[in-house]
Design a protein. Structure first.
Length: 424
């Protein structure tokens, strides 16, 4: 926490809508009138009348690194920060709370109805059943992970060109029949509800920069169906054969047991499928994948983009050396290179208490290594065998895929002494 900022009088963050000063309640108006310093975006500051006499300070770009500096600069003065709608809904409230001690009263928030609340009121959509995706300062591809047939989405636009970009992505991802509607300047005198259309026939020109896009998702016939759980169809990935197949992938993710906010190391990424499906389980799940082959590393990034998790970090390099200085993982998956000297030891040492390690192999040599570690550390050692029905002459029989041996374990209290398995 910034000590100078924490010592300052209460900073007040005031939510303001497109209706500007007229739409603010008395408490918000008072805070703005009494402030010595007014911080906000240029558009927001322009909404204030002359009676708000504090020094007006527009946010610089980039915004986030400037927050502690500006708070320290104005320590000891009454500061009011302007935010669009609800400051804690994809707003500046998060950054301020990271710098100021909220329970002590160093930060006070006066929210305004968010654009999402206005949009749901106009459309008759229950807020609790409507998912929101923000594209403000975030890649367009992240919208893909939220696309499911029949779901209602609200997309917070980065500008007037966002609706057309959304329509193009929907067509590319097999959601061309999705119904779209652009809602502009919600809650203000220039509010406009655009005509509905579909992504397939979207031809509407750009309108106001302050807009959101309402989507009623419809998947096109024949488009690949992505589910909300691990085990996506193999054809959803571009690969050169280095792909953890669908059924084994689902079992592997179950063993890794992702939880919100956790970080995965995917060592030997191949096509990136394990890391991608880890991140798809929850929007706050994080992952990095380590892949030595540059072509595969580039392919992983493309797969992550297409499946809606563009935040996947791809580390190009050979493990275990490439694992140095990476952030501490909550779970590690080793999909290849188990017999590389030091690989298992390095991954094991990286795990904190309660961290999970899952390793898959199809070779006898790696299987023997996993059996040794299983004897030393416990966990589950299982063999996964999958067979597919295939033609046998004029009949049908079973064609077995190569069986996979999997070791999964949760690390207990971390000990300083070298384990027997580490010496193996």
């Amino acid at each position: 926490m910034n000590s100078a900022a924490a010592a300052a009088p209460a900073v007040t963050v005031v939510g303001i809508g497109a209706d500007g000063w007229d739409g603010l309640p008395a408490a918000s108006r008072t805070a703005l009138r009494e402030a010595d310093v007014l911080i906000g975006g240029g558009r927001q500051l322009a909404l204030l009348p002359p009676e708000c006499a504090g020094a007006r300070t527009p946010w610089p770009t980039p915004l986030r690194p400037a927050v502690p500096r500006l708070l320290a600069e104005h320590a000891g003065r009454r500061v009011a920060v302007l935010a669009s709608g609800d400051p804690f809904f994809h707003g500046i409230g998060r950054a301020l709370a990271e710098e100021l001690d909220v329970p002590s009263g160093a930060l006070r928030a006066l929210p305004h109805p968010s654009s999402v609340s206005h949009a749901c009121a106009r459309l008759g959509w229950p807020v609790e059943d409507t998912e929101t995706v923000t594209l403000v300062g975030r890649p367009l591809a992240r919208l893909t992970a939220a696309l499911h047939d029949g779901r209602r989405l609200l997309v917070l636009s980065a500008g007037s060109g966002t609706p057309a970009e959304v329509a193009a992505l929907l067509r590319e991802r097999g959601f061309g029949p999705t119904r779209m509607r652009v809602l502009e300047q919600l809650g203000g005198p220039d509010e406009r509800l655009g005509e509905p259309g579909t992504a397939d026939d979207w031809r509407q020109p750009p309108g106001a920069a302050l807009n959101l896009v309402a989507l009623e998702c419809r998947r096109a016939p024949g488009a690949t169906r992505l589910s909300a759980v691990p085990g996506q169809p193999d054809e959803a990935y571009e690969h050169d054969g280095q792909l953890t197949k669908r059924h084994v992938r689902a079992v592997t993710l179950a063993a890794l047991a992702p939880a919100p906010g956790e970080l995965l190391w995917d060592v030997g990424g191949g096509s990136g499928s394990i890391a991608i499906e880890w991140m798809r389980t929850h929007r706050t799940c994080r992952a990095l994948t380590v892949e030595r082959d540059p072509v595969r590393a580039e392919r992983i990034a493309g797969n992550a983009d297409r499946l809606g998790v563009p935040g996947l970090r791809v580390v190009q390099g050979a493990a275990p050396g490439a694992l140095d200085e990476l952030p501490t993982p909550d779970a590690v998956f080793i999909g290849g290179g188990l017999t590389v000297p030091g690989m298992l030891e390095r991954c094991w040492e990286a795990l904190p208490e309660g961290g999970r390690l899952v390793a898959n192999t199809v070779t006898l040599e790696s299987e023997a290594l996993l059996a040794s570690w299983h004897r030393a550390h416990g966990g589950d050692l299982v063999r996964i065998a999958v067979s597919h029905a295939a033609p046998v002459g004029g009949f049908t029989g079973w064609r077995q895929a190569m069986p996979v041996t999997q070791w999964s374990v949760t690390r207990g209290p971390v000990q300083q002494a070298t384990t027997g398995a580490s010496r193996a």
